[in-house]
Write a protein of this length. Sequence first.
Length: 747
Amino acid sequence: MARNYLLGRGERLTAPIPPVVAGRPRPRPYTPAQAAARLSPQLRSAVAQFAVLPSQAAPRGEAVALLTMHPQYVSKSEFPKALLADAGLRAVGSRHGRVTPQAWTRVGEPTEVPTIELFVAGRRESFGAWRATLDAVADRGVADTPAGEDAFRIESARAPLPADRLKGFSDDGAEPDVDRLLEVVLHGGRDQGWILEAFDSYLGTLDLEADLGRALSAGGLTFVPVLAPGPLIDAVSRFAFVRAARPMPGLRPVVSAGAALAGEAPGSELPDSDPIDAGLRVAVFDGGVRAAGALGRWTTAIDADGVGPALPELVNHGEWVTSALLFGPLRPGERAARPYAGVDHFRVLDDESVSNPLELTDALIRIRDVLATGKYQFANISIGPDLPVDDADVSPWTAVLDEVLSSGTTLVTLAAGNYYPPTDADDPLKIRLPGDAVNTLTVGAADALTGPWTRAPYSARGPGRSPGVVKPDILAFGGAEPDRPFYVVDNDDPAYSLGLDATSVASPAALRLAVGARALLGDRLEPLALKALLVHTSDDHPDGVPGRGDHGWGRAAADLDQMLLCDDHEVRVVYQGTLRAGGFLRAVIPVPAEPLSGLVTVSATLCYACQTDPQDAPAYTRAGMETFLRPHAQRYSHALATNPSTKSFFNVAQLGAAGLHSRAHLWETTMRRTQRFQASSLDEPVFDMHHNARDTGAAATSADDISYALVVSVSAPRMQGLYNAVVRRYRTQLEVLAPQTEIEVET
């Protein structure tokens, strides 16, 4: 019986189209005089605080202020670029905030709403000169320069307070006999080394020093370790370019409190053959594997540069992760599946990784250096800092991984993190770093492989930051006590299997599906397309949108058939390519030549990879994709329209998180949506995609092309021949992605 495989080469159904122009000027909430009168005294206070900074704490005479944007002016097109240039200032970062504006142009009284807070740097005299400009505007009632004219965009201005910079300290932070290892975040990236040098000199005045050998830069931030006694932590934070100072996190626990919770079970017979694709290698970054162990046939053990002696408990964890990637969840007493690919296991943790937080920085450097070689298309990371995601500040793990993965040529899965037992803290079960990364796939744990399911109780949950709200991206089976553990090879005695419950094994199990598709299909689908396919074919939870924080986009497919095969009444097509900055692309949604009938379901998943700005948490992604659905080729909004009418498809409601701006979904690197239509409302439907580009929150003057992947499914239960009809119609354009390699089907 013929099998209906998904279709590739969807990009052959795309074509560039002219830009769609929209928008119009809006009324302003304040007159120039009102804005100036409000901001001038605030700047006067900030200037006074800047004046008392020691010269060593204000290198080159510069300071950093916080500007709260009026909530109606937070888009890239409203960025106060001209104002800052006229005032002799520059934006060095931003963070999420909330504000109740004094006035707005919306209907009703102002209420507290989300906004953006800008970190703005410049010479102390420049802030004083801007205040003088505003005083003049307030006196005359008119403005003739951007520094005064555009002040209506700014709701408030102030000097940062210690509370803005000091994060995660308890009351013991001021004890005189306690030295604290800090992770200090500086405004300024690798191209602004003078800031790091000035910070090191400033620390010298406090008889302290920075660990410059472990400093990490990504985008416009530098992360540097500093050892400081409690009473000097506040002084460290007073350096003008300190964005945040927080306790250096340690390694998250890698051994589950419930590890081997089901005890030992009969082992699985391991295959006696090489991987299906012997030339494909997957990188695992973890605690190591024993080269002579049961996994040695398919695994190469590699000690990363500079790593010390191995720690047995970390090696155990590394072997569990590797077993999950090679075989998926074992069935005790049954033969294990043949691995799809071999594993290069990089031991990046050593015998000091648990006790010394600085070792975690070393582990990140080792991971970065391997990924930067571009040698691997697939990798898994089930380790990370013992710290939940922070909405205001990006971690070095997130920033560095997103930077090195910005091309989209490597698919990295991340374990969302575990809580044993679940906590009732203010942020219960919040995903662990670097689970907020946007150029990766964050995986939580489901409590069942097939059948009814929900999030496993130990699995960390979202939402993540915006952009990156839907985190974890997906769930995969990770074990659930007491009767559904995830079984892995007991490397001490392969005659037995160990039962686990952890996102550490859910993550490589999800990656295994993508690796399997690559092994079967060859290089016809890029890693980014396989990421989109994983998300697209995940089983969405019945709770739908309200459960996004718990369930992500759904539970990963149980096997490759669910990813690669279509029913007779449906078709699934993969599009992959690049889109230039500012470009518009029209993608034809394949439907039969004959009319559709009955209810028709259209599902789409869009993924793209892009460069990031870690200093700008609210504008973290430099690229956005605005997608319009034009469902009917013969229906126009008015007689002069040149394009068919649009219908909302991807939107902010799909993110399932309150308090987001209405267009926040444009900057999400992963979006999925399903809609149902009457057949009569679909006629030659298309998606129009627009690549928005921004740079540090403002409109970009130049930007790189981005890689994208789009997966579209069309299903019409009353049309059992739909798949074959689409294949016939597009036989010269679309390609049936039948496996290039015969494999044993997993059941």
